[in-house]
Write a protein that binds this ligand. Structure first.
Ligand SMILES: [Zn+2]
Length: 78
C-alpha cells in the first residue's frame, strides 16, 4: 500500500490533461480563424446575435468575443 515507488510515479496528473489542452488550443485556433474571416468581411467587432458593434473595451479584454455585453449577459448561465 505504502510502497516507495508511488513517490516517483512516471505519470503525473498533468500529463493526462494534454488531450484537453490540445482540444482547447484547437478550439482557440478555430476561433482565431473565424475572427480573421470576420475581419475580411467587415463583420469583426459586431455581435453575432444582434449585429450591434461590440464595445471596444470588451474587444480589448477578449479579441475573440462574439457577443455584445447585452447578448453575453442574456446568454450567460444564471
Ligand atoms: Zn448583441
Amino acid at each position: 500500500m505504502d510502497s516507495p515507488a508511488a513517490h516517483d510515479a512516471p505519470e503525473s496528473p498533468t500529463t493526462t490533461d494534454h488531450a484537453g489542452l490540445l482540444a482547447d488550443a484547437e478550439a482557440e485556433l478555430t476561433a482565431i480563424n473565424d475572427a480573421l474571416h470576420r475581419l475580411d468581411d467587415d463583420s469583426y467587432g459586431r455581435c453575432l446575435s444582434c449585429g450591434e458593434l461590440i464595445a471596444e473595451s470588451l474587444l480589448e479584454a477578449d479579441p475573440l468575443v462574439l457577443s455584445c455585453i447585452a447578448c453575453a449577459a442574456a446568454h450567460a448561465p444564471a
